[in-house]
Design a protein around this ligand. Structure first.
Ligand SMILES: [Cu+2]
Length: 165
């Protein structure tokens, strides 16, 4: 009887670990950057993928990596003065992004496959900036880019915040 109770307890502990740990990681990933950089920071979680030759804001995991059902990110749009945080993950190969030095971003934004690089900057100069992979990562290398568009609107503009929703 005692062995049976121990067995039930062990099974319960395994089920708890199998559900609680992924849920905690999920929660932690979603909340970590917001707490680190402040609630007003514009946080973009991007994934660069060689296989589909694109950068996406969709979550890329095993199930959609091979099917390629994640959207290409064309551009991210922020307002002048915004604090921008780019959390860039590579789904596969080593990517090395560069952007014009006017944007004052730590360069290069480089990460090995499966790794994540985080850079933050103040969007102080309006304009359209091409952020492209400068390392020949794969045959789809030419598609691994996105744009950062900084609008000439103050960051506390209520109208533009409403538009973003
Ligand atoms: Cu590349």
């Amino acid at each position: 009887m005692k062995a049976k109770a121990r067995e039930i307890l062990a099974v319960g502990a395994v089920i708890f670990a199998l559900t609680a740990v992924p849920l905690w990681i999920w929660w932690y990933e979603d909340n970590y950057f917001g707490r680190r950089y402040g609630a007003d920071a514009k946080i973009f979680k991007l994934t660069a993928s060689c296989r589909q030759g694109r950068v996406t804001v969709d979550r890329v995991a095993g199930y959609n990596y091979w099917s390629g059902k994640f959207r290409r990110l064309d551009k991210i749009t922020v307002n002048k003065g915004d604090k921008v945080v780019l959390v860039v993950k590579s789904a596969d190969a080593t990517h090395s992004f560069r952007v014009k030095p006017e944007l004052n971003v730590e360069q290069p934004i480089e990460m090995e496959g499966g790794h994540t690089k985080v850079v933050d900057f103040i969007a102080d100069k309006p304009g359209s900036y091409l952020v492209e992979c400068t390392m020949f990562c794969c045959t789809s290398h030419h598609g691994v880019f996105f744009r950062i568009e900084i609008l000439d609107k103050p960051s506390k503009d209520n109208l533009s915040q409403a538009e973003n929703k």
